[in-house]
Design a protein around this ligand. Structure first.
Ligand SMILES: Cc1cc2nc3c(=O)[nH]c(=O)nc-3n(C[C@H](O)[C@H](O)[C@H](O)COP(=O)(O)OP(=O)(O)OC[C@H]3O[C@@H](n4cnc5c(N)ncnc54)[C@H](O)[C@@H]3O)c2cc1C
Length: 392
């Protein structure tokens, strides 16, 4: 006999837990179950992300999502406190500084106009202004940069994930350690969710929030093709004897990103496209550090000519090969199955707005706050990309 739940969420990462939280905190009085196979989250992107929050996007919805995300984490006590304890997510509001090359400047200026019109406090900085603010930065060959003056920065991803979980549980959400191995459907409904433990669930609504390595496989079980694949990202922690002080989240024109982290620095870059293939392995690509990251850093920050690698780790993006934007909501032909996939490196910062949006879809079958309907699966069916150009 399958256990009945009004909402079954596959995956207890930030997407699944944020959705459960918004549902339980709102008017929804049905039963909510999250199935999470690994409560340690040892390899989950939600725990391994570098934690960035920003509004410097090209898609208007992503800018609005970013603004709500910042408002959410800056007022996290109003959302996720439990019994008077406020989660310590340690939001460091130090801005993103995205440097422009002469080739990228025009597009970035266009994006800036949209960001400012929506209310994001981003400013253009000439090379001279950059030198005045960041004396450690070499500006030769740059065409200035774009700096977030508020609402951008980074936080502790694991703390945010745990805060969603704890709050959701306090509001009555049930989270079990188990693995969804099969979905069965009849007509236009998912009728059964089979678990590796041998149990099964009879779902009202199923949300597939299984993340980079699993979301597409689970969707395929009900005949849904998602253009989403796991792409490995390696993060490198390094030391530099000469202190340059606290930095914003820096994005250099070739995509190398770095920031200060206490006494150390954290750097990430996407591999060149020809090496950026779908994979589930976790090997560290040290050549990326030696051949791309370090030379780029040394060119932009002379102090970084002498650095020492301290540690490295890897995890996976759920990369949307269609347009690097999220895919959200119902899919054709199934009335009780929703997806949240393809965040392409932005799922943490998007989790407050996405969780709220999915809770609205589940309760009201429509968006009530931010209209995210342009992220629907329809653009996949019709092969109509909605490309996000500010992806790093
Ligand atoms: C190195 C790195 C840096 C990043 N930096 C940022 C950043 O700065 N800002 C940002 O916003 N985002 C960042 N991201 C992306 C962000 O981590 C993801 O977009 C986000 O965590 C996605 O959350 P999720 O809940 O959708 O998926 P996940 O975190 O992948 O969670 C899915 C969960 O589902 C569980 N699961 C899977 N299959 C099953 C199953 N069959 N049964 C039960 N459970 C299952 C998994 O165990 C997992 O816990 C980064 C990612 C990486 C790898």
């Amino acid at each position: 006999m399958a256990d009945p739940y009004d909402v079954v969420i596959i995956g207890g990462g930030v997407t699944g837990c944020a959705t459960a939280y918004f549902l339980a905190a709102g008017n929804f009085d049905g039963t909510i179950l999250i199935v999470e196979r690994d409560p340690t989250y040892a390899n989950a992107p939600s725990a391994r992300a570098t934690g960035g929050f920003r509004q410097q996007f090209s898609t208007p919805e992503n800018i609005r999502i970013g603004l709500f995300g910042a408002q959410f984490v800056k007022n996290i006590d109003q959302y996720l406190s439990v019994g008077g304890d406020t989660p310590a997510v340690d939001f460091k509001e130090r801005g993103y500084l995205i440097l422009a090359s002469p080739d990228s400047l025009a597009l970035m200026q266009e994006n800036l106009a949209v960001q400012r019109q929506i209310g994001a406090n981003i400013v253009y900085q000439s090379n001279e202004s950059l030198t005045a603010r960041f004396s450690w930065l070499a500006t030769d060959g740059l065409a200035g940069g774009f700096l977030g003056l508020e609402n951008e920065g980074w936080l502790d991803p694991y703390a945010l994930l745990q805060a969603y979980r704890r709050k959701a549980i306090s509001l009555g959400v049930k989270i079990i350690t188990d693995e969804v191995i099969r979905l069965q459907y009849r007509g236009n409904r998912v009728t059964n969710v089979e678990l590796v433990s041998g149990g099964s669930l009879n779902p009202g609504i199923v949300l597939n929030a299984a993340g980079a390595c699993d979301v597409s496989g689970i969707a395929a079980q009900v005949g849904v093709v998602l253009p989403v694949e796991p792409r490995k990202r390696c993060a490198f922690v390094f030391e530099c004897r000469e202190r340059i002080g606290v930095t914003p989240q820096m994005i250099l024109p070739n995509g190398v990103a770095f920031r200060s982290e206490g006494d150390r620095y954290l750097a990430v870059v996407a591999p060149p496209p020809e090496h950026d293939l779908p994979t589930r392995e976790f090997d560290i690509d040290y050549e990326l550090f030696d051949e791309l990251i370090w030379p780029t850093l040394a060119e932009r920050v002379p102090a970084f000519e002498a650095i020492k690698l301290a540690s490295a780790y890897s995890c996976h993006y759920d990369f949307n090969t269609l347009d690097e934007n999220l895919i959200l909501g119902p899919v054709p032909g199934l009335e009780n199955f929703l997806v949240a996939a393809g965040f392409s490196g932005h799922g943490l910062m998007q989790s407050p707005a996405v969780g709220r949006a999915l809770s609205e879809l589940i309760q009201y079958a429509e968006y009530r706050t931010l209209d995210l309907s342009r992220f629907s699966y329809e653009r996949v069916s019709t092969n109509t990309p909605l490309r996000e150009t500010n992806c790093y």
